[in-house]
Design a protein around this ligand. Structure first.
Ligand SMILES: Nc1ncnc2c1ncn2[C@@H]1O[C@H](COP(=O)(O)OP(=O)(O)OP(=O)(O)O)[C@@H](O)[C@H]1O
Ligand SMILES: [Mg+2]
Length: 342
């Protein structure tokens, strides 16, 4: 998939499919997702609500397993195949080599325990260290994520911290075992813009200084531009485009990405911070459209779009820029430049 593996690949996902049996039928939440993350990279996964971003991340952590879930495909992470791993193997990887900050901030901090105690417990569950050493490490972590007076805050309860501080505490907890991969699911959504910017800056610093690779799930195009090395665009359970930040922002290939980026070719204009509205609704994942999932909303759809386009490189000059659209590169260029109202 990339240039002769000079930078080692940390995470490689192929053909990931996740569906849930519900009372209404089978929800195909993730439908053939492929992702690749190199060491030290930040990969942003972006797409509308319900496109399968969280389910993809949770599945890699082994957190969608259950009687109603069918999961197939592969996800290699540091020598472990996550999808087929036993619960025991996954527990060893999870929180340890790979950790996740969840979309709901309170879901990983227990309100009845002090923040420091939660970090200490996490460290001692995986490492043979004394309570004093673990507490010292907790204070260092709180300091590293920019919590003032960490020696005092270590004894705070989650509700005693502001939203931004809680998010930092969650990041500290996620880092407690020095993972190589952090999956951050909408880590800034509930916060005001100033705090958001500070947290993104923190993630960037952790990426640079601790060689932490990050999968960042977000709705926020501004955040993507700020921090991502590469971008994967998800639509209705599938990745429709993936490439470097510059490739996806300045030479987007999929009509859905054009819609996401707004008047994308006019790079002289400021980009909107939030995803612009694209006419029409995302399809139901109970009965997704045949062929390309974006077809019903795509002004460029033609007969061939009744079948599913592969996620493929279509540009000789950009061998790691992938998209799922049957239009030729020339057609894409022409239509994109005309501005198509998507
Ligand atoms: N446990 C489950 N059972 C049934 N359906 C589920 C389950 N978890 C997720 N889904 C469905 O899978 C689809 C993808 O959900 P997911 O949470 O991954 O979306 P998302 O891209 O993270 O959206 P958002 O941006 O709103 O967080 C949705 O239609 C959702 O309702
Ligand atoms: Mg989500």
């Amino acid at each position: 998939m990339s240039e002769a593996g000079r930078v080692p690949t940390l995470l490689e996902v192929h053909d990931l499919e996740v569906s849930f049996n519900t009372e209404d039928g089978v929800v195909r939440a993730v439908d053939g997702v492929g992702l690749e993350l190199k060491s030290d990279e930040v990969l942003a996964v972006v797409g509308e609500s319900g496109s399968g971003k969280s389910v993809t991340a949770l599945t890699m952590m082994g957190l969608t397993r259950g009687p109603n879930a069918s999961i197939s495909g592969t996800a290699h992470f540091e020598g472990t195949e996550l999808i087929g791993a036993s619960d025991e193997e996954l527990r060893r990887v999870r929180g340890n080599r790979m950790s996740m900050i969840f979309q709901d901030p309170m879901s990983s901090l227990n309100p009845v325990y002090r923040v420091g105690a939660q970090i200490v417990e996490q460290i001692r569950a995986h490492r043979d260290v004394s309570a004093t050493e673990a507490r010292q490490r907790a204070v260092e972590l709180l300091d590293a994520v920019g919590i003032p007076d960490p020696g005092i805050r270590v004894d705070a309860y989650p509700h005693e911290l502001s939203g931004g501080m809680r998010q930092r505490a969650m990041i500290a907890m996620a880092l407690s075992l020095d993972p190589s991969l952090l999956i951050a699911d909408e880590p800034t959504t509930a916060l005001d813009v100033t705090i958001q910017a500070q947290l993104i800056e923190l993630l960037r610093k952790l990426n640079e200084e601790r060689d932490l690779s990050i999968v960042l799930i977000t709705h926020d195009i501004g955040v993507v531009a700020e921090i991502a090395d590469r971008v994967a665009v998800m639509y209705a359970g599938r990745i429709v485009e993936q490439g470097t930040l510059d490739e996806v922002f300045y030479d987007p290939q999929h009509p859905y990405t054009w819609g996401l980026l707004g008047s994308l070719t006019r790079i002289d204009r400021p980009r909107p911070d939030r995803l612009p509205q694209i006419p029409g609704m995302p399809p139901s994942l109970l009965e997704p459209p045949v062929g390309c999932h974006f077809r019903p909303r795509c002004p460029h759809a033609f007969d061939r779009c009744q079948s599913v386009p592969d996620l493929n490189t279509r540009l000789p000059e950009a061998p790691a820029h992938f998209d799922r659209c049957f239009l030729s590169p020339e057609q894409k260029r022409e239509r994109r430049e005309v501005g198509d109202g998507t």
